[in-house]
Design a protein around this ligand. Structure first.
Ligand code: HEM
Length: 457
């Protein structure tokens, strides 16, 4: 099925719309929520067997799940769906209501215009030296034979790259660790609030709720410090923070403090959590498939010989980039997305009522046997130009498509390819005692607790 044949929103005189079937496995009170808590990946991965669109019950709510690549593309590209729904409601407590990740309509369009220049393809080379410096700093921190706490290492480098490139300033260094700690607590707490939306219960002052609230307060405090420090410095480097501080609203007036605050959070938090999770998955993949590391090292040797890997080499490191892409296929950091219908719409012949929440899972889409041969095999060569064309449209969209597409796709691919090239050329890895590589499913997907021993090449 092509997107063109889906006609989202355009009902016209065509055949009457069907009610989507209810997925099996619902229980009283929690509905399908218990399955989304207990084993969400397996649950979502089998939904396509029940239909292209299926209904789920989450507590008192009915949510529609879209299961085919074509329909997820149609959903993401349609103006009839906005950012809202359970994921975003739970994220609003973190991201605020006025940041680019949660805003809709004209506010969202204006904010995208403000931030877009910092992520344009021609802006990325300026970040190259910082990305390379951080990649080498990472391998220089590690000692041969040392056991690494990969969660801390991955999130640390992700926060540092995002903060140093986009908010230029050494003042970020001391704060990077605090941001990581706060985000780790917040993201795990928010997933629970999304799938089991028992609102008032989360306000009861039990230790887990208190810890969540403390982390939230600390993150907001940190962002205020970042903004205040930049203003106090009197500096206006050509970066994203300057663009945010100088942004004007529709009337040409400076944007408000709350919006600046929400914007910084809405960019730093998705940027750190997604990249940190992907680096963890990459390191797990390198551990489980040592031959990949060998091939990456060989490619790096061919392309750059003995000098350090630089940003300019990235586009020639095609095998390394394909390892990154294949990692994002099998372990997409953003594994679930939601939208809300603003009007009644037609999605693949099914009626989506106005106000309905719709979800889909890049994890399920990107592992579907109908879209990929040997769908669970890790095969970077499936992204070679002569094979990549076999992949159905929208069956590989880890950065999404449409007006909410991640602004940072080029930025992230450059960063991840560079880090992978540098790390895999320097070390092999093996799991150390205490490591738990099972997926940890929160707002993002990543290995639970990865402890790796770094061994020299
Ligand atoms: C949006 C994935 C890195 C900032 C998104 C979306 C996805 C995504 C799937 C769309 C959400 C939706 O459709 O509802 C990823 C992945 C990354 C990554 C897989 C890395 C592996 C980053 C980085 C930054 C960033 C490094 C910033 C430093 C954002 C922002 C949005 C967004 C601000 C909201 C855009 C909007 O709503 O207009 N990301 N992202 N992301 N991402 Fe990323």
């Amino acid at each position: 099925m092509t997107v063109e044949s889906v006609h989202p929103g355009a009902r016209g005189q065509r055949a009457p719309l069907h009610e989507a079937p209810v997925a099996g496995g619902s229980v009283p009170l929690l509905g399908h929520g218990w399955r989304l808590v207990r084993d969400p990946l397996a649950f979502l991965a089998q939904l396509r067997d029940h239909g292209d669109v299926v209904r789920l019950r989450l507590g008192p709510k009915t949510v529609y799940a879209v299961t085919t690549p074509a329909l997820t593309g149609a959903l993401a590209l349609s103006p009839d769906y906005i950012i809202a729904g359970p994921l975003w409601e739970s994220l609003e407590s973190l991201l605020g209501k006025e940041g680019v990740a949660t805003a809709n309509g004209p506010l969202h369009r204006r904010q995208r215009r403000t931030i877009q220049p910092a992520f344009r393809l021609d802006a990325i080379p300026a970040y190259g030296p910082i990305m390379a410096e951080e990649a080498y700093a990472l391998v220089q921190r590690w000692r041969s034979g040392e056991v690494l706490d990969v969660t801390a290492e991955s999130f640390r480098v992700a926060v540092r790259v995002a903060a140093r490139c986009l908010m230029r300033g050494s003042y970020m260094d001391a704060r990077a660790e605090r941001i990581c700690t706060a985000l780790a607590t917040l993201f795990s707490g928010m997933y629970q609030r999304m799938v089991v939306p028992l609102g008032p219960l989360y306000r009861i002052p039990v230790p887990s709720n208190r810890e969540f609230n403390r982390a939230l307060a600390d993150l907001h405090h940190l962002v205020d410090e970042i903004v205040a420090d930049r203003r106090a410095s009197g500096r206006k480097p050509d970066d994203l923070l300057t663009a945010l501080l100088d942004a004007k609203d529709e009337n040409g007036e400076p944007i408000g403090e709350q919006e600046i605050h929400d914007q910084v959070i809405a960019i730093l938090t998705p940027g750190s959590e997604t990249v940190g999770s992907t680096i963890m998955s990459l390191l797990l993949v390198l551990t489980e498939h040592p031959d990949l590391g060998d091939r990456i090292r060989d490619e790096v040797t061919t392309v750059v010989a003995d000098r350090p890997v630089a940003f300019e080499d990235v586009r020639k490191l095609t095998y390394t980039a394909n390892v990154v892409v294949e990692t994002m296929r099998l372990y997409p950091a953003v594994w679930i997305l939601t939208r809300r219908a603003v009007t009644e719409t037609d999605l693949g012949g099914y009626r989506i009522p106005a106000g309905a929440d719709v979800i889909y899972s890049p994890y399920a889409i990107q592992r579907d046997r109908r879209s990929y041969q040997r769908h669970e095999d890790f095969d970077p060569d499936r992204w070679l130009p002569d094979r990549a064309g076999e992949v159905p449209k929208y069956a590989m969209s880890p950065f999404s498509v449409g007006n909410r597409k991640c602004p940072s796709d080029h930025f992230s691919m450059a960063e991840l390819t560079l880090i992978t090239a540098v790390v895999a050329s320097a070390y092999r890895f093996e799991q150390a005692p205490g490591s738990d590589a099972r997926p940890r499913i929160g707002i993002t997907l990543r290995p639970r607790r990865l402890m790796l021993r770094a061994l020299p090449r």
